[in-house]
Design a protein. Sequence first.
Length: 234
Amino acid sequence: MASARSSGSSAPPPSLSELIYANIRREIIQGRLRPGQRLVELTLAKRFGVSQAPVREALRRLSQEGLAVSEPRRGTRIRQLTLREIEEIYHVRAELEAYAARRFTARSSPASEQALKRAFASLARASRAANQTAMLDQDVALHEAIVLGSQSTVLHETWLGVIARWRGMRAIVASQWPQEPASHLATHEPIVESLMAGDTATAGHRVRSHLEQAFVELRDYLTAVDPADRVYID
């Protein structure tokens, strides 16, 4: 398996395990690998033309991000989600980020406000390009700017654990819930406005409502799919 070459950058090329991880993750997002499907080290090693060591590392990373589950004597498989789990992830995010938004307005600085503006501008560029992967990445970056602006190390560390679970879940359901770029961006604009205005109550309310509504929309999409094609289990 050929490794990618760096062009015009001092960054090292991705390792074999990173390339294998990226390939498998992309296939999960595209729906080509389905929840519950086994990921066999030997089969993947033959497919990519590598030893089992980089495959094992790629599967470990997928498990850390909640995209896969490894079990003794049963190997690794794509994670199967439940609606209850998805709902809990969104509601925990809503609680943490509403708190972060309130702290942001009380502790904002020129640096945190500039970071928030840059994150929103990056999300706008990704939305204009209708790049679903970039939209997801910049969405997370915008929400992290809010959490970092709260100036709470404990909150940020807790949020990182939850967002890792959210990203894994979001990747698994991506094939059934593409984001409409214009509306996706529009849902974030009022949040940024209230944060920049220092409106504590409104900022917290808007962040919470944004995430709770996102869950409702996702639930409606997932449950409307034919049962044989659903990416979750009851």
